[in-house]
Design a binder for this molecule. Structure first.
Ligand code: ATP
Length: 372
């Protein structure tokens, strides 16, 4: 019961090992790579507001995800970072440069430091893999010999040496996206923007591409900003995430914190898609009713950090004299940290049930009521 005593000593505040898990995010330790301030964008007078006062700070070396439903403003936001979309108001700073203040030649230079990967790869079908990768360098006027050198440097990074002379039609979806990533890296950017880069891929290939992005981030010290409508992508690859809705960022934070403590209802729905803790109504209907003098509380318990594998249910049941029925449960890993979620039905005299749930909360677990 060491954890319980520790939790009591700390009066229900986050206990030290959980506080440690929430330690300094990368964003506080490294300078900013992308800083967006007060961005606004409306495509037509009286039309939808695509960006409504959006501010965002992405640290160098981070993989930062923007998640939101269709129409939330994600594409407009990511395209604002290299000014493919010009905001009506606000400030766009990339690696310290104020992009909106640059003239055209300087903006072209700044854009070479920002690679972009697209959902549908956008490859030239009549060019080979090597020629596709070299294409942006050709446009930038880089001599042939140097282009060849860069291509030779990049191909092994994306695992495509053997496909150098293949045409896009001869490649799988995952290989096509590797070409898309290689092409984005051709100008040796410091920043990679990924616009739904895995949305056209099957789940297994998605995981491969996401792993590649992380590996490239580590090897090349890239900053990666990606947009997605899938929380599973965020879970697999991001360090931090911002959730967008109707042109606004409604929540942002470390992926682990957003998954374990989503503050906004929309975020909770996104998180539920991945960790699947919704309890079917039929299951709830079949649960036994509480007996005379007892109550039944349906709760969702989120286990994070060191307590994710603790025998909380049996401890609570034994120490507080309540019966606990496990309706559903799973343990997972998010951003390398253990994480579990369970739906429980607790039966017993009201005070004892309340004490058991209070004890779980004091351990640092998130306990929320599920509507019966
Ligand atoms: N070129 C455009 N002209 C007019 N309206 C636009 C244009 N581009 C986007 N919009 C509108 O701006 C809003 C935000 O769109 P945006 O594409 O940024 O959202 P999204 O989150 O990326 O969605 P999706 O995943 O469907 O692309 C939407 O209402 C959309 O209809």
């Amino acid at each position: 019961m060491a954890d319980l005593q520790e939790a009591r000593l700390h009066g229900g505040a986050p206990i030290p090992h959980i506080a440690r898990a929430m330690a300094e995010p990368l964003s506080n330790l490294r300078p900013s790579a992308i800083r967006l301030t007060g961005l606004r964008k409306r495509f037509a007078a009286g039309g939808t507001v695509a960006l409504d006062d959006v501010s965002l700070d992405v640290a160098q070396g981070e993989v930062f995800g923007i998640v939101g439903r269709s129409g939330a403003g994600k594409s407009t936001l990511i395209r604002s970072v290299n000014l493919l979309e010009r905001p009506d108001a606000g400030r766009v700073e990339v690696l310290g440069a104020d992009l909106l203040a640059l003239d055209e030649p300087r903006l072209r230079g700044a854009r070479r430091g920002i690679g972009m990967v697209f959902q549908h790869f956008n490859l030239h079908t009549r060019r080979t893999v090597a020629e596709n990768i070299a294409f942006p360098l050709e446009i930038a006027g880089i001599p042939r010999a140097e282009r060849a050198g860069r291509v030779a440097e990049i191909l092994p990074l994306v695992g495509l040496e053997a496909k150098r002379d293949a045409y896009p039609a001869q490649l799988s979806g995952g290989q096509k996206q590797r070409v898309g990533i290689a092409r984005a890296l051709a100008s040796r950017p410091r920043i990679l923007l990924c616009d739904e880069a895995t949305s056209a891929l099957d789940p297994e290939t998605t995981q491969e591409i996401l792993a590649l992005l992380r590996e490239l981030r580590d090897r090349l010290d890239l900053t990666v900003l990606l947009i997605t409508h899938e929380m599973a992508v965020v879970k697999a690859v991001c360090d931090r995430v911002a959730v967008m809705e109707a042109g606004r960022i409604i929540e942002q934070g470390r992926v682990f914190d957003v998954f374990t403590r989503p503050a906004h209802a929309t975020t909770r729905r996104f998180v539920a898609e991945v960790i699947g803790h919704a309890v079917p109504a039929g299951t709830v209907a079949r649960l036994p009713a509480p007996t005379e003098g007892q109550e039944r509380r349906l709760v969702q318990v989120v286990f994070a950090g060191p307590n994710s594998t603790r025998a909380v249910v049996s401890e609570a049941s034994r120490d507080f004299g309540v019966d606990i029925n496990i309706i559903s449960g799973r343990v997972d890993e998010i951003a390398g940290e253990p994480f579990g979620v369970m739906a429980l039905a607790a039966y017993g005299p009201a005070q004892r049930v309340e004490a058991a749930l209070g004890w779980m909360r004091a351990l640092g677990l998130e306990v929320t009521e599920i509507a019966p």
